[in-house]
Design a protein around this ligand. Structure first.
Ligand SMILES: [Zn+2]
Length: 172
């Protein structure tokens, strides 16, 4: 997949130009991970600002999920995109949060025959297990909205922060 030059230069999380931010990690790591020092600091250490508040300041939908793809937190952009209020997105499987049709099947999110191929789940798991960040992996979601069942194309970006995985979701 083509990655445009300007995408390589900016942080996948806050959108700031990586060149203009003073950072303490080496340049190769910075560009391969696509994250600025400031975001790393906030994701890992909540420097002076509660994580929720920092996430709400980011320009894209970002969720915090654990290794089992259970959503712990969703920023304002994510709640807008998903049309959900805060309480509906916390401590729920990603499948329910995203209205995945398979999450409504017996067994629930992660346990249907479709789930083994779920890009969202696999991306979260891979980053959680290996620490490897992923950048804009295409994923297709089949939503369970009875009014309008639909396939939704998404791009998944991940970064491991402590025990959690930060999940940026772009809707195409
Ligand atoms: Zn950043």
């Amino acid at each position: 997949m083509d990655v445009q030059d300007d995408e390589k230069q900016s942080c996948s999380w806050c959108g700031e130009d990586l060149d203009t931010i003073e950072i303490g990690i080496d340049i190769d790591q910075r560009f391969s991970q696509g994250i600025c020092k400031r975001c790393i600091d906030h994701f890992l250490f909540q420097k002076g600002v509660p994580l929720r508040q920092y996430l709400d300041s980011l320009p894209w939908p970002v969720l915090v999920v654990d290794g089992d793809a259970v959503v712990q937190m969703a920023n304002a952009q994510a709640r807008d995109m998903l049309g959900k209020k805060d309480f509906e997105t916390e401590e729920q499987t990603s499948g329910l949060v995203f209205e995945c049709a398979h999450a409504r099947l017996p067994g629930g999110c992660g346990r249907s025959v479709h789930c083994s191929g779920c890009t969202i789940r696999m991306s979260i798991k891979r980053t959680w297990e290996t620490g490897e960040p992923l950048n804009k992996v295409p994923a297709t979601l089949t939503t369970s909205d009875p009014e309008a069942p639909a396939k939704v194309d998404l791009l998944i970006t991940t970064y491991k922060a402590g025990d959690m995985v930060m999940l940026r979701v772009d809707r195409l």
